[in-house]
Write a protein that binds this ligand. Sequence first.
Ligand code: G3P
Ligand code: CA
Length: 303
Amino acid sequence: MHVRPSAAAAAAFLGFALSALSGTATSAAADPRSPAGRPGVLGPVVYAHRGASAYAPENTLASVDTAMRLGFDWVENDVQRTGDGELVVIHDDTLARTTNVEEVFPDRAPWRVRDFTAAEIAQLDAGSWFAPAYAGARVPTLREYLARVERNRQRLLLEIKKPELYPGIEAQTLELLEETGWLDADHVQRRLVVQSFSTDTVHIVHELRPNLLTAFLGTPKVADLPKYAAFTDRINPWHTTISAEWVAAVHGLAGPHGRTMEVDTWIVDDAVTARKVRGMKVDGIITNAPDVVRQAVIGGFAH
Ligand code: G3P
Ligand code: CA
């Protein structure tokens, strides 16, 4: 049984009410998607990109909690690996942009994630760059991150970032997911999707865990889509690269689990673009500002 911290209970209830209106859901039973996983009248599912990263430092536990407080259960993250083999949640392959690594380790340029140990990275401030109120936020390990998402009863769109830098990261990630309970039936069926820009990585994840939902990040040509349908359930493209026709072509295919393939597009942070991609009938919208998108797309495809 999962017990929320009492301080979050009211926000969680509010989140449930709001997400039920918006196309996200805080419980599997309330999932607005059709059996095929496509959105219903409530509109596209909204994913908090790197957490609610317009309002809290990206990929931190604070960004996950902020997404929850706003009423969003789906969070997206980026997974990489330290020099001593720990999986951590960070977007860039260097620590420079989102931590104070240049102050703490001035002689370690170019400050690559893979050139630091987990203990070194744990010393860094990953919040001050965003706002003073977040001073002391850390780069979470994936283990810590999964525990927080689980505690919040949220769901995870996990991106394996730059896998070419980290041989074997696919199997290592799956091992940790298994160890932490994220590959049980509940998580696999309703609470976890693994995505990557690397076709090889998506392929490997599908081969290693055929029951897991996966997504390929990119915009393959329509003629190539059937090849993707053999090993991935979703095609997640940058919003500027798609049309209604392209989305329809994806929807015309069944993925490896026999269900209609889906499209979750990124990164949409304004109402006009949110309505535009909703009009293209995308299944999901990945956004730094989930509240803005929710407000824009409430009401489904009607207008
Ligand atoms: O989830 C889609 C999006 O995260 C892909 O781009 O660079 O933010 O990881 P990026
Ligand atoms: Ca990402």
